[in-house]
Design a protein around this ligand. Structure first.
Ligand code: GDP
Ligand code: GDP
Length: 457
């Protein structure tokens, strides 16, 4: 990260060959209508940068327009300057011109970007109306995916592009906020993340919510997990007023257990009515990456366990299932319970299932490794070529009814893995579920929710 300053999410470089509309896009993003852009050939302007508020975040935008006075974008010195601009940023927008189509010059800049290994979005500019939209696919040949049709001049498509910019910056920063719970991540979050003297690294620790019905053994399990070595445990304020989080050092790094106030106390807190406990649990899951769902094995999987599991998935959490009080169930009941888990929690495809006795400590050592294994998948980034290969095979085997087809796909975000699919028309829900399950299986993303965003072209 090269981002500087308080509350700035990241730096974005706008690059591309001359005359594609970089400066126009820059001005559109920073909200400034620069009176005159010098049009004299050969004039080298300074690299310009400006702060901008976009999609609820602050970014710094770098304009490299005007770096190149000549038609060869990689003329003497320009290569280096573009290279420097890319190095100085967290993400690049490659601007290309739909009226011209992909050129040698585009390919040269694309090549620089490939080598930089920074995230790149391709903005296909001058798509002033819908009639040009199908022409954007030609730019897939640049190998940078994600062609976004925009009209820098009229503002068309620029918001979508900026949403993606902010999403990618957040993802690469390891932010765990997600839109799944319908939250929009706004400025307020930025201030919490970067200001007020809090250690920004705090924001990167994986977060776990220990959830389940009352009396299933959450406190007992929690005290087992954190209990042995006090030096490995730190209390810290949670986000809401009376919430306390607990930071637990594990061999793979610290993990933050959210809203643990009620779990640390020996006595039951008086807010443990089922209703209130439910609210708290939902709030905790909204903040968490992984939900550790504790189920009382003596009672089986209840309707309320199912509700919590569904909420966890909706909130975009990975899930680890803990069947607790295993010491109390005989072998017959065990077999029955396993059937119940398959049947009632089957939608948590591939979530680890642990058999534990928090009381005796049996099986507890497996809990944190299971959490980490789900976290790894939750945070996974999958290579675009691989995603497209899996989708191609899936559609060949089982085409979507009604002639729908995914034209191209890419993983737009992690935490949880979020795939953007560009399709020729709307895709049926059932078929998307099939695709989701195929992606999960082929990409080894069991235990984490996947998000599919479909963009119809
Ligand atoms: P740069 O050299 O890449 O910075 O390109 P400029 O921003 O200077 O734009 C080059 C030319 O393309 C100018 O004449 C712009 O008015 C024009 N242009 C920029 N964006 C658009 C657009 O979205 N649609 C159309 N039709 N023209 C555009
Ligand atoms: P919470 O409300 O989910 O936090 O549940 P507690 O941790 O307070 O546990 C509720 C009751 O279940 C207590 O009496 C615990 O001693 C008991 N308990 C918790 N875990 C186990 C277990 O693995 N085996 C047995 N036999 N009892 C347990």
């Amino acid at each position: 990260m090269n981002s500087t300053g308080t509350g700035v999410l990241g730096r974005v470089a706008i690059v591309g060959r001359p005359n594609v509309g970089k400066s126009t896009l820059f001005n559109r993003i920073v909200g400034r209508r620069e009176a005159i852009v010098e049009e004299m050939p050969g004039v080298t302007r300074d690299r310009k940068e400006s702060e901008a508020e976009v999609a609820g975040a602050r970014i710094i935008v770098l304009d490299t327009g005007g770096l190149t006075g000549e038609s060869d974008p990689l003329a003497a010195g320009v290569d280096r300057q573009v290279h420097e601009a890319i190095q100085a940023s967290d993400l690049a927008i490659l601007v290309v011109d739909v009226t011209v189509g992909p050129t040698e010059g585009d390919a040269k800049v694309a090549d620089l970007l490939h080598r930089s290994e920074k995230p790149v979005l391709v903005a296909v500019n001058k798509v002033d109306d819908a009639s040009r939209e199908q022409d954007i696919w030609a730019f897939l040949s640049l190998g940078l995916g994600e062609p976004f049709p925009v009209s820098a001049m009229h503002g068309r498509g620029v918001e979508d592009l900026l949403d993606e910019v902010v999403g990618l910056l957040r993802a690469s920063r390891g932010d765990t906020h997600h839109e799944a719970a319908g939250e929009s991540v706004g400025e307020a979050d930025e201030r919490v993340a970067d200001g007020e003297g809090r250690d920004p690294r705090e924001e990167h620790e994986p977060r776990v919510a220990l959830v389940g019905r009352p009396n299933v053994g959450k406190s007992t399990l929690f005290n087992r997990l954190v209990g042995e070595d006090r030096s490995l445990v730190h209390d810290m304020p949670g986000t809401t007023r009376d919430a306390v989080d607990t930071l637990l050092e594990t061999p793979r790094g610290p993990v933050r257990f959210v809203d643990t106030a009620g779990l640390r106390k020996r006595s039951r807190v008086d807010d443990s009515t089922e209703f209130y406990a439910g609210l708290r649990a939902r709030e905790a899951m909204r903040r968490a990456d992984v939900a550790l769902l504790v189920i009382d094995a003596t009672e089986g999987v209840t309707h309320q366990d199912q509700n919590i599991a569904e909420y966890a998935t909706d909130a975009g959490c990975g899930v680890v299932i803990v069947l607790n009080k295993w010491d109390l169930v005989d072998s017959e009941a065990r077999a029955e319970l396993e059937g119940e888990v398959r049947e009632r929690l089957g939608f948590l495809v591939g979530a680890p299932i642990l058999r534990v006795s928090a009381l005796t400590g049996r099986g507890v050592a497996k809990v944190m490794p299971a959490v980490w294994s789900v976290l790894d998948r939750y945070r996974a980034r999958v290579n675009t070529a691989l995603v497209n290969r899996v989708i191609r095979v899936a559609q060949a085997r089982h085409p979507a009814p009604g002639g729908g087809r995914v034209l191209y796909a890419t993983q737009g975000a992690a935490n949880p893995p979020t795939f953007t699919l560009w399709s020729n028309r709307r895709l049926p829900r059932d078929w998307l579920r099939y695709l989701e399950n195929t992606l999960r299986r082929e990409l080894h993303l069991e235990g984490t929710p996947l998000r599919l965003r479909v963009r119809v072209r």
